[in-house]
Design a protein around this ligand. Structure first.
Ligand code: 5GP
Ligand code: ZN
Length: 118
């Protein structure tokens, strides 16, 4: 079930309690630059509501999931990487490397991204 968690870093960023380089904010989506960027553009796109992973968003709020993707597209255009290409990544669980359990899309671009990922 969605909620706002007192112990969640990204809930705190959404609330403005922890500073971040916010590049987009509306009622449903907040986007901010990753503190440890892995590409020239590395933005985290998060729902304002706390969901642990992207499948929870899809199940509970399909239009909210679409809003995340469409915000990422708009930001890719603003960053000038929509034509050169970009990658949306969402890690789910420990083996995938998820470290913050408030779901987020990584918007990565501005350089050639290797495939497959590690
Ligand atoms: P995950 O590993 O869960 O897929 O991604 C978490 C991301 O959050 C990482 O890329 C990490 O660099 C980023 N991150 C962790 N703490 C902070 C923070 O305090 N501020 C920002 N802007 N990004 C953070
Ligand atoms: Zn949260």
């Amino acid at each position: 079930m969605p909620y706002t968690s007192d112990d969640c870093l990204f809930c705190a960023i959404v609330a403005g309690a922890i500073p971040a380089d916010v590049v987009h904010r509306d009622d449903h989506v907040v986007a901010f630059r990753d503190i440890n960027p892995q590409a020239p553009t590395h933005i985290l796109v998060v729902p304002t509501t706390h969901y642990e992973n992207v499948a929870e968003v899809a199940a509970d709020d399909p239009s909210g999931l679409a809003a995340l993707v469409l915000t990422a597209r708009t930001l890719a255009q603003a960053e000038g990487i929509d034509r050169s290409g970009y990658r949306l990544v969402t890690n789910t669980g420990a083996d995938a490397g998820q470290t913050v359990f408030h779901t987020h899309l990584h918007l990565l671009g501005g350089r050639h991204l290797t495939w497959p990922p590690g």
